[in-house]
Design a protein. Structure first.
Length: 284
């Protein structure tokens, strides 16, 4: 009687681990993209804050009460706009940071779950291989034991039948007895050989399962190292992009500052013209 267990092939293990590794890489990449987006929004919010902070106050006391009222209204609108802009920028940055943190947390949880699933699968694979090897060994030993018992029973039966006849036909029955013993010995030797072969097959199956487990663990380790390397590369690219955007932002702010100086000079000229036309003095 031969016991058979469930077989596992290395390609099945490789395919399963490859799918797990792909899901983990996708989660890390999504987290990296959201992190880069959050940093870009932070840089944009900082640029807006700096631009608003650099706006100089303007006064038009020389233009009369209506002009001053209009100017005050504009100042209030500008202050309200700045406050709304800051609040909206802060909310957007907070939302982006929350999404990035949530994605990183989900990616870590997914990676932990995938790693636990891979470990459980590998443990089940090794346990099944060991159970299969043990079943083969036990079945072979049982078969050999039963065969030996049957052979010994046959020998005893032959010996009992021939004991009473050995007196008259001693030589003939001695030869028959020797022949029977040789046949039984050959039969037992054949069963021992089958037992050894099955035990060897069981050990080979166990060794193959251990090899597959080692390969699976090595594949998981390489996949994790590659995922970390890819994440580091994405973060490095994001930092380079962040520095580039910061440089471009500074350039734009400088250009806007120069434009604002031109506008300020023009407004001063217009104010001087209005003062000269209305005949009012400038209030310092």
């Amino acid at each position: 009687m031969t016991a058979r267990g469930r077989g596992y092939r290395p390609d099945q293990v490789d395919a399963t681990l490859e799918a797990l590794s792909y899901d983990r890489d996708a989660a890390w990449e999504r987290a990296a993209r959201l992190t880069v987006l959050a940093k870009e929004m932070e840089a944009e919010a900082e640029r807006l804050r700096e631009a608003v902070a650099q706006l100089p106050p303007q006064a038009y006391e020389a233009l009369g009460e209506r002009a001053q009222g209009l100017f005050q209204h504009v100042l209030e609108e500008a202050a309200d706009l700045r406050e709304r802009t800051r609040r909206e920028a802060g909310e957007q940055v907070a939302q982006a940071e929350a999404r990035a943190a949530s994605t990183r947390r989900e990616a870590q949880e997914a990676a932990d779950a995938l790693r636990a699933e891979a470990d459980e699968y590998a443990s089940q694979l090794l346990a099944a291989a060991r159970a299969e090897a043990d079943a083969l060994r036990i079945g072979a030993r049982r078969e050999v034991k039963e065969g030996r018992g049957a052979a010994l029973g046959s020998l005893r039966e032959v010996r009992q039948r021939t004991t009473g006849m050995l007196t008259d036909q001693s030589r003939e029955h001695t030869e028959q007895w020797a022949e029977a013993e040789r046949e039984e010995a050959e039969r037992i030797a054949a069963m021992d050989a089958r037992h050894a072969e099955r035990a060897s097959l069981a050990e080979a199956a166990l060794s193959e399962a251990k090899r597959a487990l080692t390969e699976a663990e090595e594949f998981a380790r390489r996949s994790e190292e590659e995922a970390h390397a890819r994440a580091a590369e994405i973060v490095a690219d994001a930092r380079v992009r962040e520095e580039r955007i910061a440089g471009e932002t500074e350039q734009v702010l400088r250009e806007h500052g120069e434009t604002w100086d031109d506008v300020q000079a023009h407004m001063d000229h217009v104010r001087s013209r209005l003062i000269s036309l209305t005949g009012r003095a400038v209030l310092e």
